[in-house]
Design a protein. Structure first.
Length: 224
């Protein structure tokens, strides 16, 4: 097997896990994940990413905070502007992913209460034993955030290669001020996303579907 084959196998087998077992990931495994992810490229080699990782009681406290904050209708205050809308293919892909999840867990499309309850599962971190809060310097703006996106990708792939399941969650960034205050993250850091991680529950309905990907022909605009 070539290195390309190994990489593509890792990419294709990775998925967003939405149900975890309570078993913690050993510290040395977490260190291996970060050790691999830190090798991604960045503008001027600035390496703007930092990660705050919880375990044990710290994860449970954060889970409680996020669930309570979202449940009481706290207005979102993300550090980066969220998408203004989804149109065309982007809207279709987003909608299809949502329907796949609802179908997997048995929520009817017209069941608004069920859909709202499923949405709150984001803030319960899908019962993951760990969450990684990904942040970058505000002074580097969107380019620091773009570089850090590479770290997020590498983190999830390295985790997958080690048998650890992940889900990257922008939803947590909705409450950036609360995240910073609770975890002691400085005000000059942008809260970009969270990665909940642990070991997947293989029997959970939410883990039974896989999203489709656009083909190379849909992505590439050749110029001769």
């Amino acid at each position: 097997m070539t290195r390309y084959d190994t990489l593509t196998d890792t990419l294709k087998s990775r998925y967003s896990c939405r149900a975890f077992t309570p078993d913690p990931v050993p510290d040395d495994t977490i260190l291996k994940i970060v050790d691999a992810a830190r090798h991604v490229p960045s503008w001027c080699n600035a390496q703007p990413w930092q990660v705050t990782i919880t375990k044990g009681a710290a994860t449970d406290a954060f889970r409680t905070l996020m669930t309570e904050t979202a449940s009481k209708g706290t207005p979102p205050q993300p550090d980066l502007e969220w998408p203004t809308k989804y149109t065309g293919d982007y809207a279709d892909r987003r909608r299809t992913c949502g329907f796949q999840l609802y179908d997997a867990v048995g929520i009817a499309k017209e069941d608004r209460a069920g859909r709202a309850a499923q949405m709150l599962r984001n803030y319960a971190l899908f019962d993951a034993p760990h969450v990684a809060i990904i942040h970058s310097p505000s002074e580097l703006g969107p380019y620091g955030a773009m570089d850090t996106g590479g770290f997020v990708t590498a983190f999830t792939l390295a985790a997958n290669a080690l048998g650890v399941a992940t889900i990257a969650q922008a939803a947590i960034a909705a409450y950036a001020p609360q995240v910073r205050d609770h975890l002691g993250i400085p005000d000059d850091r942008l809260i970009l996303c969270a990665i909940s991680f642990g070991y997947a529950d293989p029997d959970a309905p939410a883990n039974q579907f896989r999203t489709k990907r656009a083909t190379p022909d849909e992505i590439i605009d050749w110029k001769d």
